[in-house]
Design a protein around this ligand. Structure first.
Ligand code: COI
Length: 409
């Protein structure tokens, strides 16, 4: 009976409300003998999204074909860095704290958004971001995403830490796909780079006293990118920072909140002014154990054993990090997730960084307390092998035995 009621409710729904129906159906499946009433209670806040209060001021777009120009204009595909090239469309979805769930999202022209001066994100930093990439396939006709569900789940985990509602995994992945299709002329030709996709989740509603914002916005924009560091694919040079810290136990280092990033700018700017590529942070308690760089995770290799700092709350659980661990193990390497001390680093044969933007970046030197330590780079290094293996899967050039890629047709 409960299932029949849900089915007739579905027929009555507008297309945008079908997501809500699916949420209800899931709740009904899980409701055991509680009947429709119990199921509706369980579905509770989800069902309330049918009463969607949002009437967007953003222009509505037809879902069939949104990429209205043929190619990426005058863009120089051979010299893409990690700068912001504005693309055509962004995706926006909203939610009130009262409803607790996101309802219909929509594409709009890429452009400025309106926020209250007292919005939670501006005043108290209530916000998260994600980063993932879409690649053009070898035949140049289709597009591939890499493990987008992982980004969705990481955002959900972060949202819980930051007291925000978050989109479902299905909503997140659907929105990412829509954003890529709408901006498909900006996906670089294969081998030239990727479309970097930046999902944001922000407390957009007004709040004065310190509390969760009353309204939330999930927004995705995208930009074509090449290599992250100015060195391109060449090895990078890091400096260890031993007075400023990125994260602390009990803090938010392990989630991708926007508030983790501005505090590293000072150390990063200082390092760049001295010619270093990026900064390596130490743990805030002992000032002995490596955490991560400003924008990526860290690995060391010693006598064929790979080690990376364990993600124990102060370190971002990178999706590239997780993938690289699996790929290295598949190749027979022992990979340890543990405390990695500065002495471990200094004695390493090889060091490399991983991240969505960074991919797999070899480290040629690390400077610590004025001493420069050098590491193996180039041919026959693990980082080079992992870079090739990973990017071949991401671009559809190697068989994806793990089911990591998601095609967008
Ligand atoms: C990413 O790798 O996607 C990141 O989020 C790092 C960012 C600082 C560019």
């Amino acid at each position: 009976m409960a299932a029949a009621a849900a089915s007739s409710a579905k027929r009555a729904l507008l297309p945008w409300a079908r997501d809500a129906h699916h949420a209800l159906a899931r709740a009904l499946q899980g409701c055991g003998g509680g009947g429709l009433r119990g199921a509706l209670q369980m579905a509770g806040s989800r069902w309330s999204l049918l009463q969607c209060r949002w009437r967007s001021s953003l222009p509505q777009l037809d879902s069939a074909d949104r990429s209205d120009e043929e190619s990426g204009g005058e863009i120089d595909w051979d010299n893409l860095g990690f700068g912001l090239t504005p693309t055509d469309y962004m995706y926006v979805m909203r939610c009130s704290l009262e409803d607790g769930v996101f309802s219909r999202g929509e594409l709009s022209r890429y452009g400025n958004i309106e926020l209250s001066p007292s919005s939670g994100v501006i005043n108290y930093g209530q916000g998260l971001f994600e980063g993932l990439k879409a690649y053009r396939t070898a035949n140049q006709q289709g597009y591939m995403l890499f493990r987008p569900e992982e980004n969705a789940r990481r955002m959900q985990h972060g949202a819980e830490r930051m007291c925000m509602p978050s989109p479902s995994v299905e909503q997140f992945v659907h929105a990412v796909k829509q954003t890529v299709l709408a901006n498909r002329r900006w996906v670089p030709p294969q081998g030239k780079g990727a479309l970097y996709i930046r999902p944001l989740l922000i407390g957009s509603g007004p709040i004065l006293g310190l509390a969760p914002a009353p309204e939330y916005m999930f927004l995705i924009y995208a930009a074509p990118v090449g290599t992250y560091f100015k060195e391109g694919l060449a090895p990078i040079n890091l400096v260890v920072e031993d007075s400023l810290h990125r994260a602390m136990p009990g803090g938010t280092g392990g989630v991708k909140t926007i508030t983790n990033y501005a505090p590293v700018l000072k150390a990063q700017m200082d390092a760049k002014s001295k010619g270093f590529t990026d900064v390596l942070y130490l743990d805030a308690v002992h000032k002995t154990y490596l955490e991560e760089a400003s924008s990526c995770n860290l690995f060391i290799v010693k006598d064929g054993v790979v080690a990376t700092p364990a993600t124990v709350g102060t370190i971002l659980p990178g999706i590239t990090r997780k993938s690289v661990i699996e790929l290295a193990r598949d190749r027979g390497y022992q990979v340890e997730e543990r405390l990695v001390s500065i002495d471990d680093l200094i004695g390493a044969d090889e060091v490399f960084c991983t991240g969505t933007a960074v991919v797999v970046a070899p480290v040629s030197s690390v400077t610590y307390q004025g001493h420069r330590y050098e590491f193996r780079t180039g041919q026959d290094t693990l980082s080079q092998t992992l870079h090739t293996t990973l990017t071949s899967i991401q671009m559809g050039l190697a068989e994806d035995k793990k089911g990591w890629t998601v095609a967008i047709d």
